[in-house]
Design a protein around this ligand. Structure first.
Ligand code: NAD
Length: 265
């Protein structure tokens, strides 16, 4: 499986290169960064202190060798451009980028309608299991249990709530057979009034180097149930994304998520 990584010297890009090197059956054939990035022109392996991989970091996908799948953890704007390249070259795509607004999401779906694509707000196996548990819990714990979602991330993260927190909210809403948009409360300030029954509240912390904490809470008058996940190393996301890339090899065009990759559906 010939893999291209965009955003190669980003926090996730570096982990993805390491994960590709470690994975059997995966080969890095291309790596890109934004124009002007200091890593342009360097070998992707040498940049990380590894053996040379024969893939130099370019500022343009046209400079990459032909690939089977492109893994993108960049920004929504950059990801849309990379998706156009994937569609034009009959490749597959693994998308980890989060923070798309509704228009960008619709554009992405249209561009990739004929491409095998995995999209996941979180590529960790543990988080995807937690999403299943949250949906199950929400089927049993009705609106007598006030549902709240908490997340914490490092100070550089630019979108909030995190894509994973939103995925948890969607799983919780699905378990209750409601739409997240109809019940979500994304922020509270000032005289907010009493909590509305059935709503799903979000709270967000940003600071330091927190890799990613997520918690779904079901709070009743007599008891509280919490489903927690703590990521301690970004490598967990990179390994999951490379696993998704290898899995895509055998898939037809269509949009898949990590639950498909892990056989949790
Ligand atoms: P980062 O800022 O460290 O890395 C992004 C990289 O993309 C940067 O190096 C930047 O220069 C590069 N980039 C920007 N525009 C580009 C372009 N046009 N071409 C090539 N490269 C370009 O950020 P990060 O922490 O690595 O996160 C990246 C994204 O991945 C974010 O949206 C984040 O929320 C998401 N993320 C998802 C998961 C998951 O499991 N789905 C896990 C971690 C992070």
């Amino acid at each position: 499986m010939r893999i291209i990584i965009t955003g190669a010297s980003g926090r996730m890009g570096q982990m993805l290169i390491r994960a590709v090197v470690q994975a059997q059956g995966a080969e890095l054939v291309g790596a890109t960064e934004r124009a002007g990035a200091p890593s342009i022109g360097k070998d992707a392996g040498v940049m990380l202190g590894l053996d040379a991989l024969g893939a130099n970091i370019t500022d343009n996908l046209d400079g990459c060798a032909a690939g089977d799948v492109l893994i993108d953890f960049t920004s929504p704007e950059a990801c849309l451009n990379h998706a156009r390249f994937v569609a034009d070259h009959n490749m597959a795509m693994v998308i980890g980028t989060t923070g798309f607004d509704a228009d960008q999401q619709a554009e992405l779906d249209a561009i990739l309608q004929d491409s095998p694509t995995v999209v996941a707000a979180n590529y960790s196996v543990g988080v995807n299991l937690a999403l299943n548990l949250i949906q199950q819990a929400a089927q049993v714990l009705n609106a007598d249990y006030d549902a709240e979602i908490y997340e914490a991330h490092h100070k550089h993260k630019v979108d909030a709530p995190s894509g994973t927190a939103l995925a948890m909210g969607k799983a919780l809403a699905a378990g209750r057979d409601v739409k997240l948009d109809d019940v979500a409360v994304y922020s509270r300030e000032g005289i907010t009034g009493a909590r509305e029954s059935g709503s799903i509240g979000f709270s967000v912390v940003r600071g330091g180097n927190i890799v990613g904490d997520h918690k779904a809470m079901f709070i009743a008058d007599e008891e509280r149930i919490e489903i927690n996940h703590f990521a301690s190393d970004r490598m967990v996301f990179a390994k999951g994304a490379v696993r998704a890339a290898l899995w895509l090899k055998a898939q037809d065009a269509g949009r898949y998520d990590m639950q498909d990759v892990l056989g949790l559906k």
